[in-house]
Design a binder for this molecule. Structure first.
Ligand code: PGA
Length: 254
C-alpha cells in the first residue's frame, strides 16, 4: 500500500527562526521510523535553509510557491531551482491563498512546468470556492485541473501530488467541514479527469490529498472512509502535539 502523505503547510508561521527550528525539531522526532506514512513540511521560504530533514527519508521539505521564471528582474520572487538549493524536494503550487492573490490557472500551469523542470515534486492545489447543489462545481474542478496540467509531459505525472481543497471548508472562516464520503466522491471525479489527460494507469497512481481543515479529530475518517492518499494541513500543523497525533493516526491506520 502507498504511504499516506501528510503535508504541513505552515503558511506565514512561525514568526521567528527560533520557533521555526523548535517546531521542526519536535515534528522531525515524530517522523523517525515511519513505515506507512511520510511528512512534508512547507515552512516560509526564508526558514528553509535553517531546517535539515537529514537522512530520514520519511521527512521532506517543501516550498509554498515558486515563480515560473528562474532569473531576471522579478523583485520579491523565488524560483524552483532556488528552492531545490535551499533543501526543498517538493513545492506547493496553486494554493487557494495564492489564487486569491492573483494566480490564474495559466500562471499555475507555468509554475508547475517550471517546478517539474527543476525536478521538484509538485503538490498541485485546486478546489472550488463555492459548492452548488447541481454539481456545477465539478466543471470548475475539471477546468482547474486541465488548464493547470496542460502541456505537461506524461513522464512528469509521477512527480505530481494532487491536493483537493474545497475553499469553503478551509481556514478559520470555514463555514462547515467537508465529509469523507463527499471527498471520496470528488476524488473519483478527479481521477476520471486525470485519466482523460494521461493514460489510466498513470492517472490512478497519482496521490489525491484532502486539504480542507484537517485535524486529529477528522484525519482518520478522511484517510479511512474517505480513502484519501494523504492530507494537506494548515493550522493543525503548527502544533507539534496535535500534528504528532495526526502522524500517529496515519501510521496506524488499519
Ligand atoms: P487549514 O488550512 O488546515 O488551516 O484549514 C488548509 C490549507 O489552507 O491548506
Amino acid at each position: 500500500m502507498a504511504k499516506k502523505i501528510l503535508v504541513a503547510n505552515w503558511k506565514l508561521n512561525p514568526t521567528t527562526p527560533r520557533e521555526a527550528k523548535q517546531l521542526f525539531t519536535k515534528i522531525k522526532k515524530q517522523t523517525s521510523g515511519l513505515k506507512r506514512s511520510e511528512v512534508v513540511i512547507a515552512p516560509p521560504a526564508i526558514w528553509l535553509s535553517l531546517l535539515d530533514a537529514g537522512q530520514n527519508r520519511q521527512l521532506s521539505l517543501a516550498g509554498q510557491d515558486a515563480f515560473y521564471e528562474s532569473a531576471g528582474a522579478f523583485t520579491g520572487r523565488l524560483s524552483s531551482p532556488m528552492f531545490r538549493y535551499a533543501g526543498a524536494t517538493h513545492i506547493i503550487i496553486g494554493h487557494s491563498e495564492r489564487r486569491l492573490a492573483g494566480d490564474t490557472d495559466d500562471i499555475i500551469n507555468k509554475k508547475i512546468k517550471a517546478a517539474l523542470k527543476a525536478r521538484l515534486k509538485v503538490i498541485f492545489c485546486f478546489g472550488e470556492t463555492e459548492r452548488d447543489s447541481r454539481g456545477e462545481y465539478l466543471t470548475v474542478l475539471k477546468n482547474q485541473i486541465k488548464t493547470g496540467l496542460q502541456r505537461i509531459g506524461k513522464d512528469n505525472f509521477k512527480h505530481l501530488i494532487m491536493a483537493y481543497e474545497p475553499v469553503w471548508a478551509i481556514g478559520e472562516r470555514a463555514r462547515e467541514a467537508d465529509t469523507p464520503s463527499d471527498f471520496l466522491h470528488n476524488a473519483i471525479f478527479i481521477k476520471k479527469v486525470l485519466a482523460g489527460i494521461v493514460d489510466r494507469k498513470t492517472a490512478l497512481a497519482i496521490p489525491i490529498l484532502y486539504g480542507g481543515s484537517v485535524n486529529k479529530k477528522n484525519i482518520g475518517d478522511f484517510l479511512g472512509d474517505g480513502e484519501a492518499d494523504g492530507v494537506l494541513v494548515g493550522r493543525a500543523s503548527l502544533d507539534a502535539t496535535e500534528f504528532g497525533a495526526m502522524i500517529k493516526i496515519a501510521e496506524e491506520l488499519k
